[in-house]
Design a protein. Structure first.
Length: 270
């Protein structure tokens, strides 16, 4: 897909949690380019000598009716703290779209085996933390394609669950919390739905230990599974090599060859 460097305009900076903001961005000159669920953008952080590298942010949603791109930003460092201060009318320079998306809504990467898209009818989308971000747009696209996704979202406590109202627009939402304050108590891989229902595909994004547990569950139950990796990415183009992941096909750049991988291609199950 063609990559673009755009100065997008901030329409809204919405604080959805004490540690997260949701940016609503638009292009005032033209329609936003095509973007796929699982792809990401590289955001330029202006005005600070400590933030000369762009920040990779997952595409959270694309609202074509409003010509909006949503970015869910975890406020963890100088760059993301700056993003959290943006106001309506401010500009944000973005390189987009980058990487490869999820198989169900895009042309799959030749690097990983995949089933025919029509073979998958009951997708389960599992996320935790800021990893829920790409699953919102994925769910929206799956619903548009006539599928009924189920979201399984995990957090430490109820106040850490993000964007539940938005997810509920596109499918059934199930949750787990480690302290039992919402949904079922425990981790996502312990939710009762996994033993009560059959899913023919799983897409996941979140903390690596969570994704590895999901990948193990999918492998043990012979379920097609893709994970969106969150390795440190500086350039977003495969040049700096800081995001390399060891796979069964050798060392691959997460930013260029991923960030979405078939979990059977990763070395998580050895």
């Amino acid at each position: 897909m063609k990559k673009h460097i755009l100065d997008l305009t901030v329409r809204e900076t919405r604080r959805v949690h004490e540690r997260y903001v949701l940016l609503h961005l638009t292009d005032e000159q033209q329609p936003l380019p095509e973007m796929l669920p699982g792809q990401f953008v590289e955001v330029r952080v202006d005005g600070s000598p400590k933030t000369f590298l762009r920040r990779p942010i997952s595409i959270c949603n694309v609202d074509t009716t409003q010509n909006e791109l949503w970015l869910l930003v975890a406020v963890v460092g100088d760059g993301t703290r700056w993003m959290a201060t943006l106001k309506p009318g401010d500009k944000l320079n973005c390189v987009l779209p980058l990487g490869n998306g999820f198989t169900l809504t895009s042309h799959p990467s030749p690097l990983t085996p995949h089933p025919a898209q029509g073979d998958l009818q009951s997708p389960l989308l599992i996320g935790g933390g800021v990893g829920v971000a790409p699953l919102l747009y994925l769910g929206a696209q799956l619903k548009q394609n006539g599928l009924q996704p189920t979201f399984l979202l995990g957090a430490r406590r109820d106040t850490d669950l993000l964007l539940l109202d938005e997810f509920s627009k596109y499918g059934r939402v199930l949750v787990t919390t480690e302290d039992g304050s919402a949904g079922e108590k425990g981790f996502v891989t312990q939710h009762s739905v996994l033993s009560q229902e059959h899913f023919d595909s799983i897409m996941t994004c979140g903390p690596t230990p969570m994704m590895k547990a999901v990948a193990r569950y999918a492998h043990d139950h012979n379920i097609f599974c893709e994970a969106s990796l969150e390795n440190l990415m500086a350039c977003g183009l495969g040049a700096c090599l800081c995001c390399v992941e060891k796979t069964k096909r050798g060392n691959l750049c997460v930013c260029k060859d991923g960030p979405v991988f078939n979990t059977e291609e990763l070395l998580w199950l050895d």
